[in-house]
Design a protein around this ligand. Structure first.
Ligand code: S5P
Length: 268
């Protein structure tokens, strides 16, 4: 199916190159699953991507979780991700002032050289987006920032009056912003976020699991299908996949659910 038909108004309004790339990959793989690969060994990460690569549309990493990280082994993982057509999304949740954020894109992990997308909080103000984009520019690359507009965890402060609205205002017309993180554990809040964001930006959604309810240490889970129907463009799934004994089958199940929900949504 053509991305323009599947994604509807989102495809037309979201003309950011990376966003379009993601929407195309999602169509070719029939999956809106972003794998949260929260493992702490390189062999675990490589095995996981080998197993579920065909069923996912992007790879989310926490590079600083890995115990046996080396630049060479990480480059190998990134190559593997590319071979599966996956955008690489490093979930640093940056939060510092612009110049420091720019510097943090370099450092030992050199995130600017391999990540296509990074997350950021807007707590320090909107210039963090410029700082992170300058990090990519420093190595002749372009990337996109996902601003945290909501969070999935219990008691988070992003729900305080005005915060989410301010994030949307700061991000919606900024070309460095790839999209927003919206909370999958509360579909009604996600629907509200989508309404406010409009079609110009993608919304990616953690806090989704087939086992709906409370997770570990304050994590909360909502239903992945409800999240997509509420306006999410990507479901971020971690333990729901990597803790399973049948990772490939479970990843495919999440892919099918997300894809069917997207098709239903585009019927409306
Ligand atoms: O609000 C958030 C934002 C993010 S990016 N809540 C989250 O859980 N995340 C990330 O999504 C978190 O860092 C983790 O990598 C993933 C959720 O993992 P799961 O195992 O709970 O599915």
């Amino acid at each position: 199916m053509e991305p323009a038909d599947v994604w509807g108004a989102r495809w037309d309004a979201c003309d950011n190159t990376l966003a379009r790339q993601y929407m195309e990959v999602a169509c070719s793989k029939q999956s809106l699953v972003i794998l949260a690969a929260d493992l702490n060994t390189m062999s675990g990460l490589n095995d996981l991507v080998d197993q579920v690569g065909p069923h996912i549309a992007a790879l989310k990493t926490h590079v600083d979780l890995v115990d046996d990280w080396t630049a060479e082994s990480w480059a190998g993982l990134c190559e593997k991700a590319k071979a599966h057509d996956l955008l690489i999304f490093e979930d640093q949740k940056f939060g510092d002032i612009g110049p420091i954020s720019r510097g943090q894109m370099a450092g030992i992990y050199d995130i600017r050289s391999w990540a296509n997308i990074v997350t950021a909080h807007g707590i320090s103000g909107p210039d963090i987006v410029d700082g992170l984009c300058a990090g990519w520019t420093d190595v002749g690359r372009e990337g996109g920032v996902l601003l945290l507009a909501q969070m999935s965890s219990r008691g988070n402060l992003l729900g305080l009056p005005g915060y989410t609205d301010e994030m949307i205002r700061a991000g919606v017309s900024n070309s460095g912003v790839f999209g927003f993180i919206g909370n999958g554990s509360r579909a009604n809040e996600l629907a509200e976020l989508r309404q406010k964001v409009g079609n110009q930006k993608l919304i990616w959604t953690p806090g989704v699991n087939l086992a709906v309810g409370d997770g570990e240490m304050g994590q909360r889970y909502g239903d992945p299908r409800d999240a997509v129907l509420a306006g999410s463009d990507g479901i971020i799934v971690g333990s729901g996949i990597y803790k399973s004994d049948q990772k490939d089958e479970v990843a495919k199940a999440y892919a099918d659910i997300s894809w069917q929900a997207l098709l239903e949504r585009s019927d409306i």
